[in-house]
Design a protein around this ligand. Structure first.
Ligand code: NOJ
Length: 690
């Protein structure tokens, strides 16, 4: 009885306190004070501030500056620009802590734990402009995006410049590839101080003297122009959007959401890889039941074209013949591969196909390729053809055929398609409303929209996608889980072609810390005949064969290719066993060690069994790395099946020396991995069976 009034007044008090709090957090307040938001563990802090009406932000990690005061905003073609003259109309915070499950991936369950700040800005005085900026602050990174509501009596917008800056406090070391060049994302990485960059693609990765690792990129790019960065002096980068042919950078209808601008921040290079900020910033699965999406491995009529053994075009050397395809189907069935990729199967490869003329048919096979019979033969053998849609950047031609092309796939049981966009720089043909030909950039908004149409069209027919010469990955696989893998960097093919663009031994020790922070890569590992002396005596792969095995674990892709010719695998059945055993869908990913451009060791747990796999690779230097197996179940016995560089192995002089051995291990074991120059180690850890 006595307690009742007490508890009533307590309740009233609490209600009042909550009301005050709500007021602080959610009610409009015009102010120019900086607004701070910290990450859940108080590791990162973002400060938003209007400086003379211009929106700015800065980021600190444990009190140390990561991004100094940097401007935000846009210049518009018409109406009031969104670059200054603002006051804060309101601000609001929100805490989020949820865990979601990837239908497939490098990590099954992903925690989304962040604090959000949404700042609504309005023009001062007579101005009626409005814009909101949303920041999501995680312990290992920050994402922010712009929300632009309807305004100025119009519901469309044309952005002529994005003003987002990233001002670094120091001249950090960084790994980057150039933007606005002809060859898309296909360049060797440069390792330089940031003051030596000009226009660069993202992801770009920085190492600070105090031991922080920072990556700039974007998330959820589905209807905007791709963002490159340009250094505008000193240690400042500014967003540089790929323009349309008329100079507008990005256009659309209002209200508009920009993609997220992302800053991943970790205190180890491996931390960047175990960082799921970009996926967290994408929208959840839009496709519903995706049980038809199946990670796996494929072989294909592919490497033989790159070696010049056969051709995509018709004629005596045509690779995609019925007979040759049956050989690959038999090989796939015998060795447990799900897919057989066939390039050059369709009419359009004869003559110059690379310049957007659009001569490809995506439904008409060459006469020596019996598509229907092969699809049936594959089915009988328990494998699937993997389709190939090289567009040659004839975008309108492909768009016209999308529905028919994917309907045909569905009819024939083709569950995955590899697409291709060989085309250069600003060389994409677009017919404008007046019937005039315009030239668009490969990464501009025109192409971003096209790629999204393809993702949606393929999903409609239950087809998975692997895109070569893609729009860079920004995590949209979360929203469209049929978007499996992409190229988007120098892949294996550069080794067949030779010349000064072929990959050096350190290339694959850079990719996991740069390009692959964006998402999976179809690198196409697994070349056993690394010298291919018969086919291309002047070119070669600059690794040992053991490193080729380790790449299956190091370079994540849900669809992995065993890229070499069947006969080269048949010649080395013991080493081939690892490619047969390795899986492509993971429950956990752990980076055991790594140094950008030098070495990396990754352990991943199979999602469908208790086995773990380890891949460890080095650059041109030999080294011994330790793999601490404490991630294994305590008290459980495992067998480590180890594929390591043999005595005297060396990418240059002795790439084929390999030792395959088994040893008992458990969670207290620390394996010493001896890697040859340009070498690697691949391990399967399976629970011991009696
Ligand atoms: C370039 C792609 O990366 C490669 O995989 C493909 O074979 C050719 N284009 C032809 O489409």
């Amino acid at each position: 009885m006595k307690c009742a009034p007490m508890s009533k007044s307590f309740t009233l008090l609490t209600r009042r306190a909550v009301a005050v709090l709500v007021a602080m957090q959610f009610v409009a307040a015009v102010h120019a004070e900086p607004i701070e938001i910290a990450s859940p563990g108080n590791v990162l802090k973002v400060t938003f501030e209007l400086k003379d009406g211009t929106p700015t932000y800065s980021v600190t990690r444990k009190g140390v500056a990561v991004i100094n005061s940097s401007k935000l905003g846009f210049k518009l073609k018409s109406g009031e620009s969104l670059d200054g003259g603002f006051q804060v109309a309101s601000s609001k915070t929100q805490k989020v802590d949820t865990t979601w499950t990837q239908p497939w991936g490098e990590q099954k369950d992903i925690r989304d734990h962040h604090n959000q700040l949404r700042v609504v800005l309005e023009g001062t005085g007579e101005s009626s402009k409005r814009m909101a900026i949303v920041f999501r602050v995680f312990d290992d990174g920050v994402g922010f995006r712009y929300l632009i509501p309807k305004q100025g009596g119009t519901d469309s917008i044309e952005i002529t410049d994005e003003l987002t800056q990233f001002v670094f406090p120091e001249d950090h070391r960084c790994w980057w590839i150039p933007a606005f060049e002809s060859n898309r994302y296909e360049y060797r990485y440069t390792d330089s101080p940031l003051s030596k960059t000009d226009k660069v693609h993202t992801p770009i990765t920085f190492e600070t003297k105090s031991g922080l690792y920072i990556s700039l990129h974007e998330a959820a790019l589905t209807d905007f122009s791709s963002m490159a960065l340009k250094r505008t002096g000193g240690t400042t980068f500014e967003a540089e959007l790929y323009p349309w042919s008329d100079g507008v950078k990005s256009r659309g209808s209002l209200p508009m959401k920009s993609p997220w601008r992302t800053i991943q921040i970790n205190d180890s290079p491996g931390g960047l890889i175990e960082n799921y900020l970009i996926l967290n910033l994408n929208e959840p699965n839009k496709l519903g039941d995706v049980s038809w999406v199946k990670p796996g491995k494929y072989v294909g009529i592919w490497w033989e074209m790159h070696l010049g053994v056969s051709s995509w075009s018709s004629g005596a050397k045509h690779g995609a013949t019925t007979k040759n395809t049956k050989r690959y189907i038999d090989f796939a069935a015998k060795n447990g591969f799900d897919g057989v990729l066939v390039e050059g199967w369709n009419v359009g490869w004869d003559g110059d196909w690379m310049h957007g003329e659009g001569n490809f048919s995506f439904t008409k096979p060459y006469p020596d390729y019996d598509l229907n019979a092969l699809a049936a033969y594959a089915k009988e053998k328990g494998v699937h053809l993997v389709g190939h849609h090289e567009t040659g950047c004839g975008i309108e031609n492909y768009d016209r055929q999308l529905d028919d092309a994917f309907a045909l796939c569905k009819k024939l049981g083709i569950r995955a398609v590899k697409s291709g966009y060989v085309g250069f720089g600003q060389g994409i043909n677009r017919t404008d409303a007046n019937g005039k030909q315009q030239k668009e950039w490969h990464h501009g908004q025109y192409m971003v929209r096209h790629y999204r149409r393809v993702v949606e069209a393929s999903a409609k027919y239950d087809v998975m996608l692997i895109a070569h010469e893609p729009i860079k990955d920004t995590g949209i696989r979360r929203t469209y889980p049929n978007m499996m893998s992409r190229e988007g960097a120098n892949g294996q093919e550069y080794n067949a072609w030779g010349g000064d663009k072929s990959n050096l031994p350190d290339h694959t020790t850079i990719l996991p810390f740069t390009r692959m922070l964006a998402g999976p890569m179809d690198f196409t590992p697994g070349i056993f005949d690394v010298l291919f002396e018969k086919e291309q005596p002047d070119n070669r792969v600059r690794t040992t064969i053991t490193k080729q095995l380790a790449l299956y674990v190091v370079l994540y892709s849900p669809l992995q290719m065993a890229a070499d010719l069947p006969q080269n695998y048949e010649a080395k059945p013991e080493a081939f066993q690892f490619i047969k055993d390795v899986v492509t869908d993971w429950e956990f990913t752990k980076v055991l060690n790594g140094k950008i451009g030098d070495y990396i060791t990754i352990a991943r747990k199979d999602r469908n069994s208790d086995a773990w796999f380890i891949g460890s690779i080095t650059d041109e230097n030999s080294r011994t790395l330790e793999a601490d197996l404490s991630f294994l179940d305590a008290g459980r016995k495992y067998v480590a099946e180890i594929y390591r560089d043999g005595e005297g192995a060396d990418w240059d002089k002795n790439p084929y020396a390999i030792v395959i051995e088994s040893k008992p291990v458990n969670s207290t074991t620390k394996l010493q991995l001896k890697l040859a120059p340009g070498g690697g180690t691949a391990i399967r850890l399976r629970p011991e069976t009696k």
